[in-house]
Each structure stands twice: as structure tokens, then as C-alpha cells.
Design a protein around this ligand. Structure first.
Ligand SMILES: [Zn+2]
Length: 138
């Protein structure tokens, strides 16, 4: 490699980093010298490749956002499940209330009280295993 070329190639690097302005001497040398022209193209390719690598670093930052989004979606789904369970509870309460009223108005009130006592005594026996089955999932 000619000494002049080495000098020009150093100036090409400086030019890329904006340390020196483009000047006619360098540009005319690049246009007339194959080695320096190829060097300039390789440098531009390398810089472009580095830009692509930098873009990929940005996508890793995006992946963190994706995990956050998934987490948020999961939380929203849990909230929706809780709402659904609350809705079932409200619906069951209404059904129980209506059936209670129907019991009182249509049947002997004693039967209702017997049923109430029966439910209060037996409901924990039904609900506790149900509750224990549900908790490990949460
Ligand atoms: Zn040259």
C-alpha cells in the first residue's frame, strides 16, 4: 500500500466521524484509486452493519416491554376471573334469595327454617374441601 493511500484512508475514517470536512483532495484520490475506493465502501458497509447491530439492541429493550405486556395481560385476566367469580357469587345469592322468598310464600315457614339450619350446619363441610382444592392454584 502506498504511503499516500494510508494517509487518505485515515482521512476517510476522520471524515466519517466528522472530525474533518470532505475535501477535493480526498474525494479525487478515492475516485482515481481502486484500493481507497474499496476501503471507503468496506468502511461504509461496516458502519451500516454496526447500525443494524444497534437496532437489534433496541429490540432487546422491546422484549422487556413484551414481558411487561404479557404480565399486564395476565393480571387483567386474573382480574377478569375475579370479576367472573364475583358475578357467579352475586347470581347464586340472588337465586338463593328468590328461592327463599318462594319457600316462605308457598310452603310452610318451618320447612324453610329447617333447611336454613341444615345448610348452616352442612355448608362448611362442603365449602372447606372446595376452598382447599382452589387455593393451591392461586
Ligand atoms: Zn489510494
Amino acid at each position: 500500500m502506498k504511503k499516500k493511500c494510508k494517509e487518505i484512508q485515515n482521512k476517510i475514517i476522520d471524515m466519517h466521524y466528522g472530525e474533518i470536512d470532505e475535501n477535493i483532495e480526498i474525494i479525487s484520490h478515492i475516485e482515481n484509486c481502486n484500493d481507497c475506493n474499496r476501503f471507503k465502501e468496506k468502511l461504509e458497509l461496516a458502519l451500516d452493519y454496526m447500525k443494524i447491530l444497534n437496532t437489534q439492541v433496541d429490540t432487546s429493550a422491546l422484549e422487556i416491554d413484551i414481558t411487561k405486556i404479557i404480565e399486564k395481560a395476565y393480571q387483567t385476566e386474573n382480574k377478569r376471573k375475579e370479576k367472573f367469580e364475583l358475578l357467579i357469587f352475586i347470581a347464586a345469592s340472588i337465586v338463593f334469595l328468590i328461592s327463599s322468598i318462594l319457600f316462605i310464600t308457598n310452603l310452610d315457614i318451618r320447612i324453610y327454617f329447617y333447611l336454613q339450619i341444615f345448610l348452616y350446619l352442612n355448608l362448611p363441610l362442603i365449602l372447606i374441601p372446595f376452598y382447599k382444592l382452589k387455593t393451591p392454584r392461586r
